[in-house]
Design a protein around this ligand. Sequence first.
Ligand code: GLC
Length: 742
Amino acid sequence: MTLEEKIGQMNQLDPSWNAEEKEALIREGRVGSVFNIVGAKELNRLQRMAVEETRLGIPLVAARDVIHGFRTIYPIPLGQGASWNPEMVEKAAGLTAGEAVSAGIRWAFSPMVDVAHDPRWGRVAEGYGEDAYLTSTMGAAVVRGYQDNGMAACVKHFAGYSASEGGRDYNTTWIPETQLRDIYLVPFRAALDAGAMSLMCSFNDLNGLPSSANPHLNIDILRHEWQSDALLVSDWGSGSDLVPHGLCADKKEAALRCINARMEMDMQGNIYTDYLAELVAEGKVKEQQIDECVRSILRLKYRLGLFDNPYVPETQPVAYSPEALALATEMVEQSTVLLKNNGILPLNIQHSTSLNSPYGFSRSFEALPRKELSTLNILITGPLADQKKEQLGTWVFDGEPEHSITPLMALKSFNLQPSTLNITYVPGLTYSRDKSTEGFAAAVQAAKKSDVILFFAGEEAILSGEARCRADISLPGAQTQLLAELKKTGKPIVLVVMAGRPLTIGAECEMADAVLYAFHGGTMAGPGLANVIFGKAVPSGRLPMTFPKMVGQIPLYYNRHNTGRPSYDPPMLIDSIPIGCPQFSIGQSSYWLETPTEPLFPFGFGLSYTTFEYGEPKLNEQMVNGKMVNNFTVSCEITNTGNFDSYEVPQLYIRQLSGELVRPICELKDYQKIFIPAGKTVTVSYQLTPEQLGYWHEEYSYTVHPTPYTSHQLWFATDHTDFQVWIAPDSRCLTKPVTISY
Ligand code: GLC
């Protein structure tokens, strides 16, 4: 390959702009990949230019933001995280790849595995929440699903992007290397261990160095420590962004800094095509640096089989198959989190159901008749009840809203034989930011004639995702006011929230008799929610992120440190401070005057229509001469003590009680989603290895000569100390722990 041809491979373009100009570049062999072009016909047209008109005929690879579905849209990734069902997520990714590949897409810019502690950040919608282990299992599942079905995954954004200060997108991130390795890098390693063929740089400067120009991230860790051969592509112009970052004086310097940090492909930045040849000629860049990058690019194309089969069959694309729609429905059921229920849910069910999903997630339960009601009068209201586009959520380019089934549509056609459903629909507000109260009276009027109110609240899709950060994460518009007016009618209210992030909905939860948090559920949000509301499916979602009471508590996450002065309960809150009181430290503990440290809802939390009882935990440890000879096994019995068969998500948490560094008050180390029929007892057990108990240590040492400097040593190890271990339904760890001495 000539230098020109090599540099051409490092160029990724969105040819939808200046199409003829970009096509000329393709014909000259100066483009390695295109993105944001869909359709076999068009992609084959561009591919013929690359394969048949250039000297070497190296095929293009077509990429796309396929984030949570292609045509069939599944719940947003945060919702998929709430399913705690990686097998189901893998299935969905496989079906998604089938749809995307049939449209010519062979490289998806997902999964996003940025561990996020800040719901103000719009992109929490695109990740799997606040825990590295849960995110790792989900990211690896997506990688397998995509790549077993012909589409390369691109795990992103490498790295630390979600720690953007203030939850403001693209903002500065300061992350100590131990935290970077213990939290933010963990899911990337898991995705690469699952075989991810590529990664994407992140926009943020990490401790002062933007990721696209960060040799410590991209070479020391990714290539030397992890020995990865995956392709590293920039984010959109993240290379040329080094100039506004204030790192580089101009784009030529940016090109130099990026190639020296082995950013291998330049997405829509044009800095490699504009400057790399010059930098080689000036001796500032060695050609073998370019060879390394091109090798990664050709490897990805080779792994996808593009050299043998560069073209897409121009047959009817795969889309909205019954299989995909059924799975999308089931994923809504499994990602919806029941946050409150005074018994109003499920709304009257008179029949037992035995539904076996196509994926072995059999759901059958005896739904006990609750009370004979010949007719059920339901008011459906709220700005998200009938929004085909909004329910799809953020990052949807190829899912068509006309295929969405909204909650209104699904509820109107729901068969509740022998009961009759009378559905009245009065939205009250026309979109989530609507501040007008004009529609309130009609909604209140209709509520007075109903037996129950289903209020569909939340955010429009555009209020989350990239560059969609909010400094106030309450329900937008006048939704809370409408809810308060409806509350005055005295009718029971089921609040269903469809949003791209946790929202501060404490007041709304007070007003509602039941609360379902459905994130943005995608194409089949309606049928999935209708099945949950009427009890054809029992909600089994668990929160992937902590829900703060108020935005001032952020960042608030479960695996926090205890501090030397943990807040004790109840703390002295602002209104209990005596007027004119003398100067004194109030309680000297770590909390806010307006609120204790407790969240509105904790990580891992979620109710069911049944109840579960956790038995005494048992520990099976094999220690000889103080050394663990094999793994610990922790187990306990769990009984479904209610009337509904249901999934439960027993979570394994540990806490290190002392050691070299302070450790979190609890850390998720394993989980499973297990189906337990009503009245039955199962035993769950988890293995714990020394590796799982370990963390990154660090040590600084000052050296005087030859010139004074401080060195910083990092190593991964497990301290010899005591650990508490729980098998618990959520991160409050209210079950009895066992203690491991390692
Ligand atoms: C965007 C996003 C990235 C996406 C890329 C291509 O700026 O940060 O996640 O894959 O550009 O659209």
